[in-house]
Design a protein around this ligand. Structure first.
Ligand SMILES: Cc1ncc(COP(=O)(O)O)c(C=O)c1O
Length: 474
């Protein structure tokens, strides 16, 4: 069905599309689901994409195949240059490069591994695939400690927060949440949902809480859990995990250190054992390069002991490690097991992407992300633009959050970039969302030498800004 068929409904959802107000009262009579006043406000405080033109309204002009020509072998299609290049990069339909900070571009093999025939989730072939994926996760997180425990559960990154709050927190416990952007607010909200009191330690936008501030906070009160967002996707701020972990172990050794690695696993170095981490939670759709749909968690032996010693039962059913721990252990040991049906297709995709990632040294992968990031950040500086994260040591290697020139808003520039074949994201930090855009540079767009996504995106950014009349101040 063409997207135009959905326009009336979309206009209803996106009020900035003008005729919605006329249709609303009539549609509201037909269905109470279309009532304009929601029962609950959406959790997302502000998203510029919501008021930007719909993507369907801004066409990406992928080159059409040129007319056929005759050769000695018969009639063939002569692809134009761009088509030829896209074909080399990928067998997927021509599409703009998705360079938002997740989901990211897929490798062909990851995508095609999902078109696996249907199989039993407790049959030997699938159990073997799941077992290998769990073992490979240990390598990705750089843990060889047998007491570390991987979990792969259907859901998105958010389910990792629920797992932490419901299994490691008990009602009345205290958690210290280090805040570098939007995602700390949500993690804190998740803790509160489970009756865990969350105290946030905030930094100015673009910065991170300093170690002496963290030390002071840890000395003031006993926290059961401390959380840090490795890369906050709303600001592109990178946190220093190793030094933080040393501090927590020194000042408050009983406190569990939980890392939100949703926007860092696969693109930033993480050494689970060496850095003494208790939980790293992530999702499938960013640095790991899979479709969205998997919550991936690595918990330390110490975190599992703490879970086993809890006085009350876990405060979630689906997210309960009581239910999932035997399943994960059985799968890894090649034994069929069931609590809730996993997605065999997603596990196949995960298996493929992990096999690819681990086929090369991890250090090389991280170095390539640092190099791509340097190139992007240099382009931003050459354009006379600033990043949200001002200090180099605070800047993520898998994404860049870029302030737009004064007066320019994301809806004015994003469609321009889309026309040039790249998709960036608008701002997400509620205080400044209308003033910046986000460029994700993770996974195959960075490490696949056949792709030129990053160079094309840097060029598109330059041209797109020049098109809207931006000139760097001399
Ligand atoms: C740092 C961070 N944490 C958590 C999440 C939540 O993950 P999901 O949207 O997959 O539920 C995101 C999502 O982008 C994120 O960037």
């Amino acid at each position: 069905m063409p997207i135009s068929a959905f326009r009336p409904l979309l206009r209803q959802i996106y009020p900035s599309m003008s005729s919605a107000s006329r249709a609303a009262p009539r549609l509201a009579l037909i269905s109470r689901h279309l009532d304009q006043s929601p029962f609950l406000e959406l959790n997302t405080p502000f998203s510029t994409e919501r008021s930007a033109p719909l993507e369907a309204d801004v066409e990406y002009q992928a080159s059409k195949p040129a007319p056929s020509r005759s050769t000695s072998k018969g009639t063939q299609t002569q692809p134009p240059k761009e088509q030829e290049k896209l074909a080399k990069m990928s067998n997927q339909a021509p599409h703009p490069a998705l360079l938002i900070p997740g989901p990211i571009e897929f490798d062909d093999a990851v995508l095609s591994s999902m078109s696996h025939y249907s199989e039993s989730h407790v049959g030997a072939p699938f159990v073997k695939t799941f077992s290998e994926a769990l073992k490979m996760l240990r390598q990705l997180f750089q843990t060889t400690d047998p007491s570390s425990q991987p979990f792969v559960i259907s859901g998105s990154g958010t389910l990792g927060w629920d797992q932490v709050a419901a299994n490691l927190g008990e009602p009345g416990d205290e958690a210290l949440v280090l805040h570098t952007g939007y995602f700390a607010d949500s993690f804190a909200d998740c803790f509160e949902t489970y009756g865990v009191k969350a105290t946030q330690l905030k930094a100015p936008i673009g910065d991170r809480p300093q170690l002496d501030e963290v030390e002071a906070a840890l000395k003031e009160k006993t926290y059961k859990i401390i959380t840090v967002t490795h890369v906050d996707t709303s600001t592109g701020v990178l946190s220093e995990i190793r030094a933080l972990s040393e501090l927590v172990h020194r000042v408050s050794p009983e406190t569990l250190l939980v890392v939100d690695g949703v926007c860092s696993v696969g693109s930033e170095e993480i050494r689970f054992d060496d850095w003494g981490l208790d939980v790293v939670l992530t999702a499938s759709q960013k640095g790991i390069g899979c479709p969205a749909g998997l919550s991936i968690v690595m918990a330390s032996g110490r975190a599992m002991e703490r879970f086993k010693a809890r006085k009350t039962r876990p405060t979630s059913y689906f997210a309960s490690w009581k239910n999932w721990l035997p399943i994960m252990q059985n799968y890894e040991a090649n034994k069929p097991s069931y609590f809730a049906t996993p997605s065999p297709q997603l596990i196949h995709a995960l298996h493929t992407s992990l096999s690819q990632i681990l086929s090369r040294p991890l250090d090389q992968r991280f170095a390539e992300h640092r190099a791509a990031s340097k190139k992007v950040k240099q382009t931003v500086a050459d354009l006379g633009l600033k990043q949200l994260a001002t200090k180099p040591e605070n800047q993520a290697n898998g994404m860049t959050a870029i302030y737009l020139p004064e007066g320019l808003t994301p809806p004015e520039i994003l469609p321009n970039l889309l026309k040039r074949g790249v998709v960036f994201a608008g701002g997400l930090h509620k205080e400044i969302a209308a003033r910046y855009i986000r460029f994700g540079h993770m996974g195959v767009s960075v490490v696949d030498p056949k792709r030129d996504d990053i160079d094309r995106a840097c060029a598109a950014l330059k041209e797109g800004l020049s098109d809207v009349g931006y000139k760097k101040a001399e």
